[in-house]
Design a protein around this ligand. Structure first.
Ligand code: CTP
Ligand code: MG
Length: 233
């Protein structure tokens, strides 16, 4: 049997999906992560590429508490041992921490992916897992291509050199122990917007793997227009 066949893959990857935000910048309407993009709820689009992956053993979704008690029907139908929900916290990091606590101990590699990124590719997932397999943290990221400006005092612009700068995306992946250590050390009032930052703070190696510009984070109402276009593309 080929070593790449599904039967040969270990079921050792756990996925945490922080989806417990309030989507305040996305404007009024349904909860951002439940809103349909070309007919398919954003959260479902974010889950599917991981659910299809042959190494993924379990996916834990952190949701606002009221939606754990009463998940939407399209989600309730999918829940079970492989796909679980947990109540999130007041910050993204608190939501990730809650999901990590629930994760099956057999998952020795952990990926974290924002529910607000509905267009993650299989290649990005594979690249992050591959780096975590080698023992380091990893994140999908994109080299900055725009010229960067800082709004200086008085509203005047100054230019920031962009050499070596990347935009951090998700997925981010880690050997489980590394992520557990990072969260254990971070304490309770942690406010990191990504998990790699907590692992970097341990002094552990984190590598950048090139992601895709289509792996957008849906944040503002305009991002929904982009998302619709990508979904139809
Ligand atoms: N998130 C979470 N728990 C929180 C805050 C955020 O699980 N307390 C999740 C969001 O649901 C999202 C991801 O973290 O999938 C990235 O956050 P962001 O894009 O900022 O979403 P929101 O926090 O929902 O949006 P906003 O900041 O505009 O309120
Ligand atoms: Mg937020």
């Amino acid at each position: 049997m080929s070593p790449n066949s599904a039967a040969a893959s270990p079921l050792d990857v756990g996925v945490l999906l922080p989806a417990a935000g309030r989507g305040e910048r996305a404007g009024a309407g349904d909860l951002k992560q439940f809103r349909p993009i070309a007919g398919v709820p954003m959260l479902l689009r974010a889950v599917r590429p991981f659910a299809r992956h042959p190494r993924v053993r379990q996916i834990v979704i952190a949701l606002p508490q009221e939606h754990v008690a009463q998940p939407p029907e399209w989600l309730a139908d999918l829940l079970g041992q492989r796909l679980k929900t947990v109540g999130g916290g007041a910050t993204r990091a608190a939501s990730v921490r809650a999901a990590l606590r629930m994760l099956d101990p057999a998952c020795t590699i952990v990926l974290v992916h924002d529910a607000a990124r509905p267009f993650v590719s299989q290649a990005e997932i594979d690249a992050v897992i591959e780096a975590a397999d080698r023992g380091s943290g990893a994140l999908a990221a994109i080299p900055v291509s725009d010229t960067l400006k800082r709004a200086a005092e008085g509203g005047f612009a100054t230019t920031v050199p962009r050499d070596g700068l990347w935009r951090a995306l998700t997925p981010q992946g880690f050997p489980r122990q590394l992520l557990e250590d990072a969260y254990a050390r971070a304490g309770d009032e942690l406010d990191a917007t990504d998990d790699a930052a907590l692992v970097e703070a341990l002094g552990a190696p984190v590598v950048l793997v090139e992601g895709r510009t289509t792996n957008i984070k849906v944040t503002s109402p305009d991002d929904f227009l982009l998302a619709e276009a990508l979904a139809h593309g």
